[in-house]
Design a protein around this ligand. Structure first.
Ligand code: NAP
Length: 305
């Protein structure tokens, strides 16, 4: 794979930042990888793992970098940009990986200098693990990277977007461009609401008085455990997602609550056809996800039990 950037800098060395560092190195996409994290323990660990050249100072980390990736929680994006902005090279591309786009665009536009190309992005790839040890090079393979380029950014901006797209393709991702507001609605449906439901169902099971916690854990293979994987995701990250994509999430949640009430009614009045039709439609959606290469066709995700 051809090199896309000579020097890149990654701010925030968690699951996503460490995965970008590993992938960029393994696939030969960048010559030099600079890293910075606000947490000294994380910086130390990144050094031990050999993820790249780790700096104790954000400005020094981004100096001369052609690409700067902000890989911190959504609520920390502005602070991360503030800490490195005086070191940014003129004409550098600055991108982010935040799970919410419009709020991050607003926060970063207010901080970043106009002499960089700011191109927001979001890799639809992740796991329930966090921190530098969780990163792995193949995380972005065959996953979607969404770019939400800003409108009216001048003549050289489209070429910068093309170069960033090439970078993500070289990491193994498929790239799609869309408007930030559209991204936030789509992700509210495909990611944010499913996480909210998982957090809620797992917390509810813990609080139920009629079933003991040990029974929930013991019999979890009947469905519950699949929710626990999603609900094990990082609390800081998810708090920031819901605080920053409030409108889209509330809109989708309203629709979900109505449909749930209709299901409740169908159960109460023994409307078997209603239940069957909905379950049948939902089952077909699973087939489409598999056909799109977004999950394994193996039963029970290929687990042995
Ligand atoms: P993570 O594993 O928790 O790593 C984030 C790192 O950033 C932590 O080491 C954190 O330090 C550090 N940090 C916090 N504030 C900082 C600042 N101001 N300057 C520099 N470093 C700072 O998180 P992640 O899962 O990689 O997520 C990073 C971003 O990617 C988030 O915006 C998230 O929405 C997005 N994303 C995540 C996933 C996923 O599945 N995890 C998928 C796609 C996109 P502390 O440990 O001290 O807080």
């Amino acid at each position: 794979m051809a090199m896309v950037f000579d020097r890149i800098a990654i701010i925030g060395i968690g699951l996503i930042g460490a995965s970008i560092a590993r992938a960029a190195r393994e696939y030969g996409v960048a010559n030099t990888i600079h890293l910075y994290d606000a947490n000294p323990t994380v910086r130390e660990r990144a050094r031990e793992l050999g993820l790249g050249e780790v700096f104790d100072d954000a400005e020094k980390a981004v100096a001369k970098a052609e690409l700067v990736v902000l890989a911190v929680p959504v609520g920390a994006m502005a602070a991360a940009a503030e800490a490195c902005k005086r070191g940014l090279k003129i004409g550098a591309i600055v991108t982010d990986v935040g799970s919410v786009k419009q709020a991050v665009v607003d926060a970063l536009k207010a901080v970043l200098p106009t002499f960089v190309y700011f191109i927001p992005g979001h890799p639809l790839a992740g796991t329930e693990h966090s921190g530098p040890d969780a990163g792995f090079a193949s995380l972005f393979q065959n996953r979607w990277q969404i770019l939400t380029p800003l409108p009216d950014q001048g003549a050289a901006y489209p070429a910068a977007v093309d170069q960033l797209e090439e970078f993500w393709r070289a990491l193994g991702a498929n790239v799609e461009r869309m408007d930030a507001a559209r991204h936030d609605v789509v992700l509210a449906v495909t990611s944010h609401l499913p996480h909210l439901i998982a957090f809620n169902i797992v917390a509810m099971a813990e609080d139920l008085e009629s079933v003991t916690e040990s029974e929930v854990v013991k019999f979890s293979a009947s469905g519950f455990r699949d929710f626990t994987r999603i609900a094990a995701s990082d609390p800081t990250m998810w708090r920031d997602v819901f605080l920053n994509n409030r409108e889209a999430v509330l809109e989708v949640l309203g629709r979900f609550s109505e449909d749930l009430a209709a299901l409740q009614r169908a159960i109460r009045w023994s409307e078997g056809d209603t239940l069957y039709d909905l379950f049948d439609r939902a089952r077909r959606m699973r087939r489409e996800v598999i056909d799109a290469g977004q999950d394994t066709p193996a039963p029970n995700w290929g687990r042995e039990n």
